[in-house]
Design a protein around this ligand. Structure first.
Ligand code: MTE
Ligand code: LUZ
Ligand code: MOS
Length: 774
């Protein structure tokens, strides 16, 4: 029987399980929760300098102010003063040294935000400023590096470079990006009886928040329950960094014996929390005259900020994506982590992948233009193919590459070649306005590259009225994970979605979970939910068989669908009757499910392994129009063909593709973080930091998103594929399209263009002027 049966909601459009609450305003985010009786709030005292020594910290006057309940410093931490995810290099509250502006030094707890702010002003903090390192070139010069070097190599890169027909070298710098989730960081900690801490946290990683609270307070994890009801967006910004605010709220609740909420306003969130890592990469590349890459040497540096956070894994994923969809026979990739005095940069959709892909795409653009070839054609010629052109730089075999199929279908459907001619014709007759067309493929590795993290659990409860609650380890941040999990359970149990509730994520339901990240939330938790439901179906099957008078040998013909258990002849009994009978027969109606991704590994010393369970693919064709007098652009048309396998819920996946792509456009065109030479962020609110919005560039005027058909993925839940991050990188095509348009302003069609990222109007105008045009 086809999975897409009449009664199952699987592989069909569905609205987001919270859509109605989102739209009506009834969805409760943590800051919306009715304050528990006696609740206090808090404000942080932070470092005003990027680097300095704490000379004096006196909280006496602040603590004596009316309305101030406590002023907490590092000395008030009963356990370990560390909030880092991995490297133990991130004090919760600074002690002797501050390493970025906005680093937390003390916490003022009080009856109201006003009282807390008065308290912050009354804290006497003297800091002796020290020299600060803010960018990668300075960090290299001063050898300011965090631990960790990652190397991948294959073939003889120097010989291959020397004998290449075309040699290129250069620098690619990619910018940082604020997450701009609609809900800023927030946590509410409630101390309950018998020293139990119940903490509501806006986090993608409740298990880590629980662990960190335990360490900071010096209490066992079993005394801490972390709940993550829903997030108003995470985008990676809450993969580790939610722990900080949850631990501060917990510390304050512990001290004051009252509920405490810690919430950042937009400016604080933008100034104090980590961003996407800017990367600085140098390269040497060699090509043959047909535009095939022969050799690539890359030195890349992640600008990590003051602490490690996830920088090592982010650097790794950058290296894992320097190839994108292209086979590179000879290579040497080397990555390092620069230590600077910026807020500690963190996970952000793509997780180093975009920063890697931007490098190879820049190189391919230059090669194509030097050789007088179409950049799309050069990309196609370099696609992975048959052995031996099917091994990644880390030696994973590329099986079932869908890049070529997507290329063929999208070139057709977008009329790429015809439109290339139309663009040339337009440019020939238009002096001040020029257009550019680009093709951008993506291949993105799915799995946490730390293989251990690829595990998930679920707990499914059936009640005797036939309704169901499911719990799983993933968190809902708007991406639709809960909706997907509900569909997986509905399909397996044969119930309509309305009979199933997805409960708030909580560490006392499913323990020791991974972060909801790496786009793998549905892959991992979907298998766990399916497994728990399958166990329950197998328990209910004999009960239904007895009720229908079916022999043990015929049990397997029973079908769970349409809220009933049926025989092929149509005879059936309702699901709730079966459940009631199971209860009478004293059969357990709850089960756990567990999943780990099989057969993945990576040897970082050797730079070899199979880190990814599979790859997600997609491609975009983008057409831009540039105004040569202002540098502004319009995105006239975007056609995307994306591979989400056999989508669990196509309507949600389409939303993910659109959202990721537009967030990528923001990174590359309009979002610009400006740090002054003191390491202070000058653009910390929406009046100076522009994210994409409807009706203006970079949002495309015509936008078509198609999901690849007949694309079931083996060994993934119901043939689906991860979708959250991969389409972000399709936006990199806007860089190529803008470069093409800029080049069109020169009469002699110059072959080199310098266009820095992000491609703001100023950057585009500078690039045009640098070519001596218009
Ligand atoms: N979509 C929404 N609406 N909000 C988000 O915060 N985060 C993205 C992506 N899509 C995000 C989102 C990121 S960074 C990841 S890793 C995935 O969702 C995580 O969820 P998944 O694994 O369930 O796809
Ligand atoms: N987090 C992580 C991630 O810890 N490892 C990863 O590989 C990853 N990839 C994407 C996003 N978050
Ligand atoms: Mo996403 S960067 O993996 O949270």
């Amino acid at each position: 029987m086809s999975e897409k049966s009449v009664q199952s909601p699987l592989h069909r459009p569905s609205s987001h399980e919270s859509a109605w609450q989102h739209v009506s305003g009834e969805a409760i985010y943590i800051d919306d929760m009715p304050p528990p009786s006696g609740m206090l709030v808090a404000q942080l005292v932070v470092s005003p300098v990027a680097h300095g020594r704490i000379v004096r910290l006196d909280t006496t006057k602040a603590a004596a102010l009316p309305g101030v309940a406590a002023v907490l410093t590092a000395q008030d931490i009963p356990g370990v003063n560390d909030i880092s995810a991995i490297f133990h290099d991130e004090p919760l509250l600074a002690t002797t040294e501050v390493l970025c502006q906005g680093q937390a030094v003390a916490l003022v707890v009080g009856d109201s935000y006003e009282a807390c702010r008065r308290g912050v002003s009354a804290v006497e903090l003297e800091i002796e400023a020290l020299p600060a390192v803010l960018d990668v070139p300075t960090a290299i010069a001063q050898q300011s590096m965090h631990a960790g070097v990652h190397v991948m190599r294959r073939g003889d890169v120097d010989t291959a470079l020397a004998s290449s027909a075309l040699k290129l070298s250069g620098v690619v710098e990619s910018p940082d990006q604020d997450h701009w989730y609609l809900e800023t960081h927030v946590a509410l900690a409630i101390l309950e009886e018998n020293r139990t801490l119940r903490v509501y946290s806006s986090t993608q990683h409740p298990a880590e928040v629980q662990a960190k609270i335990g360490e900071v307070l010096g209490i066992p994890r079993a005394d801490v329950v972390v709940l993550a009801p829903r997030m108003g967006g995470g985008f990676g910004g809450k993969e580790t960094q939610g722990a900080h605010f949850a631990a501060l709220a917990s510390l304050a609740a512990w001290h004051c014996r009252r509920p405490v909420k810690v919430w950042l306003n937009r400016d604080q969130d933008m100034m104090w929390t980590g961003k996407r890592h800017p990367f600085y990469s140098t390269y040497e590349a060699g090509f043959d005259t047909d535009g095939r890459i022969c050799a690539l040497k890359v030195q890349t540096y992640a600008n990590a900020g003051w602490a490690h956070d996830l920088s090592r894994a982010i650097l790794d994923r950058c290296l894992f994506h320097l190839d994108n969809t292209y086979f590179i026979p000879n290579l040497h990739f080397e990555g390092r982590i620069a230590k600077t005095h910026l807020p500690s940069n963190t996970a952000y959709r793509g997780f180093g992948g975009p920063q890697g892909i931007v490098v190879i795409e820049s190189v391919l653009n230059r090669a194509a233009r030097k050789l007088g070839l179409d950049p799309a054609e050069v990309r196609q010629r370099n696609f992975y193919g048959e052995a031996p052109r099917n091994r990644t730089p880390y030696d994973q075999e590329v099986v079932d590459s869908r890049a070529r199929r997507i290329y063929d279908e999208l070139m057709q459907s977008s009329r790429y070649h015809a439109r290339q001619k139309e663009v040339a014709d337009f440019n020939a007759q238009s002096r001040w306005i020029k257009r550019g067309l680009a093709f951008q493929p993506v291949k993105f590795g799915i799995s946490f590259t730390n293989s251990m993290l690829n595990q998930a659990g679920a707990l499914v409860l059936i009640y005797t009225d036939g309704t169901v609650q499911i719990n799983h380890g993933g968190t809902e941040m708007g991406q639709g994970l809960h909706t997907k999990m509900r569909v997986v359970a509905a399909h397996c149990l044969g119930l309509p979605q309305e009979r199933i509730r997805v409960m708030h994520t909580a560490t006392d339901k499913v323990p020791n979970t991974a972060a909801t990240a790496a786009s793998s939330g549905a892959d991992l938790n979907g298998q766990a939910v399916h497994e728990a439901c399958r166990v329950l179906v197998e328990r209910l099957r004999p009960v239904a068989a007895r009720m229908l008078g079916v022999s043990e040998g015929e049990q397997h013909t029973l079908c769970f669908a349409g809220e009933a258990v049926s025989l092929p002849n149509g005879q059936s009994v309702s699901f709730s009757k079966v459940v009631q009978q199971a209860y009478v027969e004293q059969i357990s109606l709850s089960a756990t499910g567990y999943y780990r991704t099989p057969d993945i590994w990576y040897d970082a010393e050797q730079g070899r392994g199979k880190p990814f369970h599979y790859f997600a693919y997609g491609a975009a064709v983008l057409e831009v129009e540039v105004n040569g007098l202002t540098g502004e652009h319009r995105l006239l048309q975007v056609d995307i063909l994306h591979d989400v396998g056999d989508s669990l819920i196509p309507s949600l996946d389409r939303g993910q593709v659109e959202g990721a792509f537009i967030q990528g456009l923001g990174w590359l065109t309009c979002e610009e973080l400006i740090w002054d030479d003191k390491g202070f962020l000058r653009t910390h609110s929406p009046d100076t930091y522009k994210i994409p919005s409807y009706g203006t560039a970079p949002v495309p005027e015509r936008f078509s998103v198609q999901l690849l058909e007949d694309a079931a993925q083996a060994a993934v839940i119901h043939g689906s594929k991860a979708v959250g991050e991969p389409p972000f990188m399709l936006a990199i095509g806007v860089m190529t399209a803008l470069q093409e348009a800029v080049l069109a302003f020169t009469p002699a069609a110059a072959r080199e263009v310098e266009l820095r990222l992000p491609c703001t109007a100023e950057a585009v105008l500078r690039a045009i002027h640098a070519l001596g045009a218009p």
